[in-house]
Design a protein around this ligand. Structure first.
Ligand SMILES: [Cu+2]
Length: 224
């Protein structure tokens, strides 16, 4: 084999190798495209109907918090409701404790808060409450048994102190065999109408001391 011939053969071999590489590259691109193809229409199909379907959907008005779960981020939406109201109240307190660098975790007492929330639940949902208008206000016999009775006794005398702090209001409690009698009065005619209108549960919910009280309770701070 001559030197020139040998060079020609080598050149031809090189060309063949380059052609083979180009063919392989083209085949690879086609294979990747082919593999990628089924995914694209699916993604488009998911994105397209989702937007118009949500527009003006009645659920948008009912659950805006859920809608704010930013589906664009690609992360699955999480529910915003933590569970029952009491559980949510504890969760909010835990978040406040965690956000406060001054929190003394050795004193934190979430069990005390839980017990109080049980009391609140019993008094709100389970206690009997018979209200009658009296001169200058209202008198309510709040009754129950077992844990509900214990909750009534714990909560009402404590709450009467808070009510007595309302401007122009007087409040007192007296024990009943199966509960507590709450009496709230005022010398102001407008206040009398308000007290009567609020009635038992409205009076219990009056003021914003519950929130501060709950946080203090959870922190293990002395209350009152
Ligand atoms: Cu409370």
């Amino acid at each position: 084999m001559s030197r020139a011939h040998f060079a020609a053969v080598r050149f031809a071999g090189l060309v063949a190798a380059v052609v083979a590489l180009l063919a392989l590259d083209a085949a690879w691109s086609m294979a990747v495209e082919a593999a990628g193809e089924p995914e694209r229409p699916v993604a488009v199909a998911q994105a397209q109907p989702a937007a118009p379907a949500r527009e003006g959907h009645p659920h948008d008005m009912l659950a805006p918090a859920v809608q704010s779960g930013a589906p664009e981020s690609g992360r699955p939406r999480l529910p915003t409701l933590p569970g029952q109201d009491a559980f949510g109240a504890v969760q909010e307190i835990v978040a406040l404790l965690e956000a406060d660098p001054a929190t003394d975790w050795a004193r934190v007492d979430l069990e005390a808060l839980r017990q109080h929330l049980i009391d609140m639940s019993r008094v709100t949902l389970d206690a009997g409450a018979v209200a009658r208008p009296i001169d200058g206000g209202v008198q309510v016999d709040v009754t129950g048994s077992g844990r509900t009775l214990a909750a009534i006794r714990r909560m009402l005398s404590e709450h009467a102190h808070e009510l007595a702090r309302m401007p122009g209001w007087a409040a007192r409690t007296e024990p009943l065999v199966d509960g507590v009698r709450l009496t709230v009065t005022s010398a102001d005619r407008n206040e009398v109408a308000r007290i009567r209108g609020l009635g038992f549960i409205g009076l219990m919910a009056s003021g914003t001391h519950h929130q501060a009280h709950h946080l203090a309770m959870a922190k293990g701070e002395p209350i009152h």
